[in-house]
Design a protein around this ligand. Structure first.
Ligand SMILES: [Zn+2]
Length: 305
């Protein structure tokens, strides 16, 4: 990376990005603070096309440390995201990655009524119905879709543990490991109650509609069925393209304090290179951009009363 494109979360942090990446000053930037009272309920429109997704475990190809997070690059083949705010367009998974903080009380990019979570998982998709490549889609206003999932400290997350176990092998910037043990991106999403095998293709709005069925007659755990918020925004890292339809699940997933500590041990310098300033001992933490103004944008929600 040339110095002209350099950015980070410290000296070249979010407040400086705009000098090198003018799009960071746009009016459609992410993340935002979700003011839950401001969200417009839009069950009818959003649930007319159920949000659906499918992620084969074979899609996860390699785990990389770009120096500012961990990221899993995927093989888009066989992956699928459609419905909800995306309507009939088919989006495929390009990669997924994570943001976290130096302590368990911060780390998410989006906040909910001003409250941060310990982390935030992002599954980044591109619109294959309209564009030929990820790069082309990343320049278009409807080119990308990101599923965001909040991380809260709790019990060990089994699927996340597969990633955590590999992280020591990508502990330094630019290190990469091929993924051999299947990691199912779908299993990183909030686990919902109910029948086995339904997890990869769940429609919170449909489930919301299912509430008319008396609770004792079905196996769904309605407590887990909280739906999502959606709005039009941007990539949260430079160049901050304003090309993202955000879908943020209201239901968080639990990861353990230990798992987060493994994330916090990733190094942002190549092996053998010393951190010049000993700042944070050269590890990746607080890799989140603070909330940007929502402005006139509409925040819609699906799946709650
Ligand atoms: Zn992200």
């Amino acid at each position: 990376m040339s110095s002209k494109d350099e950015w980070d979360y410290f000296r070249n942090g979010p407040s400086t990005w705009v000098t090198k990446f003018p799009m960071a000053a746009g009016s459609r930037q992410s993340p935002v603070n979700i003011e839950t009272k401001r969200a417009e309920s839009d069950h009818e429109a959003l649930s007319s096309k159920p949000l659906r997704w499918k992620y084969p475990s074979t899609a996860s190809r390699k785990l990389i440390n770009p120096g500012y997070c961990w990221q899993v690059d995927t093989d888009a083949e066989g992956t699928f995201l459609s419905g909800g705010p995306l309507m009939d367009d088919v989006y495929k998974l390009e990669q997924y990655h994570c943001h976290w903080g130096c302590s368990d009380s911060r780390g998410s990019e989006h906040t909910v009524d001003g409250q941060a979570f310990a982390g935030e998982l992002h599954l980044v998709h591109w619109n294959t119905s309209k564009y030929k490549t990820f790069a082309e889609a990343a320049k278009a206003s409807d080119g990308l879709a990101v599923l965001g999932v909040f991380l809260k400290v709790g019990k060990t997350h089994e699927e996340m543990d597969k990633i955590a176990r590999l992280l020591p092998y990508v502990s330094h910037k630019y290190e990469v490991v091929e993924i051999t043990e299947p990691i199912d991106p779908g299993k990183l999403l909030p686990v919902r109650g109910g029948r086995a095998g339904t997890q990869r293709c769940v429609n919170p709005c449909m489930r919301w509609a299912d509430r008319i069925i008396p609770r004792h007659e079905n196996k769904w755990d309605f407590q887990d069925d909280n739906g999502y918020w959606t709005y039009l925004g941007s990539l949260t890292t430079p160049p901050c393209n304003e090309s993202v339809t955000w879908i943020l699940f209201k239901k968080y997933i639990e990861v353990s304090h230990h798992q987060l500590n493994i994330f916090r041990n990733l190094r942002k310098f190549p092996r053998g290179e010393e951190c010049p300033c000993h700042e944070n001992h050269g590890v990746v933490m607080n890799n989140f951009r603070p909330p940007m103004p929502l402005g006139n944008r509409v925040l819609r929600e699906c799946g709650s009363f």
